[in-house]
Ligand binder design. Structure first.
Ligand code: GLN
Length: 304
């Protein structure tokens, strides 16, 4: 596959323009980002890589972090985790409260805010130093220590995180939260604030394209069963109430964040990260979705 030629086509075909979407503003710090940033990094299982644009600039990974915390929680808690969070597409926005009442405080899946807050709570119960452990895990996956929390973003979200406060308190009232709610939210806001480049993200996600093995050392980080399960949750729940649309258009498991990043994986082929901060109405990168759709169309490869 001539990925370089394909990326050249994508670069010509797609240019970010004002009006394509809106940069997230409900976290004030995120609204400072230049809407016209645009980068992509495609990392193949054989180690080759292809990129253009702002692929080396760090951005706020936001909900993409939910995949990392789920991966750790699944390893440490196994099936017990699924007593507290489901694996069903939500069909509602990422910060919705509505399903929680119907489902008795059990979030629909770990990739919406409610679900990831439960995962954060579960991690707080089993890790000695959750913030440090999470950062170490992500750094290890990328083989890169230059990954940090963005204090300004975490603080900005903490100050304005009324929805997430409502979610954690509501779940607490229904018995699905064990730790102190402020501590859980602090961890959750920090996990969302991690700043990474497209290169770092696609390298970290190579785990899910490489049978659970680290791309450099080939060390087994998670087993194939976990890869299957996490990829299926990404496929069905990675884009909130646009998960069906992403699956239909792109045909790969993936995860988005309101920082404008999307990571998608093609098992045994590549992982790809794209960043364009202008979001569509569902909170997913508008240009990012289009580029990935074209990528799988041009390669003629998708998991289907
Ligand atoms: N930190 C964001 C929030 O909790 C994450 C949302 C997202 O990326 N979709 O609202």
């Amino acid at each position: 596959m001539d990925y370089q030629a394909i990326l050249n086509i994508l670069q010509k075909e797609f240019t970010p323009k004002e009006g394509m979407g809106k940069v997230a503003s409900y976290i004030p710090e995120l609204s400072k980002v230049d809407p016209l940033k645009f980068g992509i990094y495609l990392f193949c299982q054989d180690g080759s890589s292809f990129e253009f644009g702002d692929s080396q600039e760090k951005f706020s990974i936001q909900s993409i972090s939910k995949v990392f915390t789920l991966t750790i929680a699944k390893e440490l808690l196994g099936r017990d985790l699924w007593k507290r969070v489901d694996v069903e597409p939500s069909g509602t926005s990422f910060n919705s409260l509505i399903e929680l009442e119907r489902e008795n405080g059990i979030p629909r899946n770990p990739f919406i805010n409610a679900g990831s807050i439960v995962v954060a709570d579960a991690l707080l119960s089993v890790l000695d130093d959750p913030k440090n452990d999470l950062l170490m895990f992500v750094r290890k996956l990328c083989g890169d220590n230059d990954i940090h929390y963005d204090e300004a973003v975490a603080k900005s979200e903490k100050k304005h995180g009324y929805r997430n406060k409502a979610l954690v308190n509501y779940m607490k009232s229904l018995g699905n939260i064990t730790n102190d709610t402020d501590k859980i939210l602090d961890f959750y806001f920090y996990q969302c604030s991690i700043a990474m480049t497209c290169e770092q993200l696609s390298k970290a996600f190579m785990l899910f394209a490489n049978e659970g093995k680290h791309f450099q050392t080939q060390e087994k980080v998670i087993d194939r069963q976990s890869v299957k399960r996490i990829n299926s949750i990404m496929q069905t729940c990675g884009f909130y109430d646009e998960a069906g649309e992403f699956s239909y258009r792109v045909g790969l498991p993936g995860k988005s964040g309101v920082g404008g990043g999307i990571v998608a994986v093609h098992p045994e082929q590549y992982s790809v990260a794209v960043w364009s901060p202008m979001l569509n109405q569902k909170g997913n990168s508008a240009l990012g979705m289009k580029v990935l759709e074209e990528l799988t169309s041009l390669t003629g490869l998708s998991i289907f």
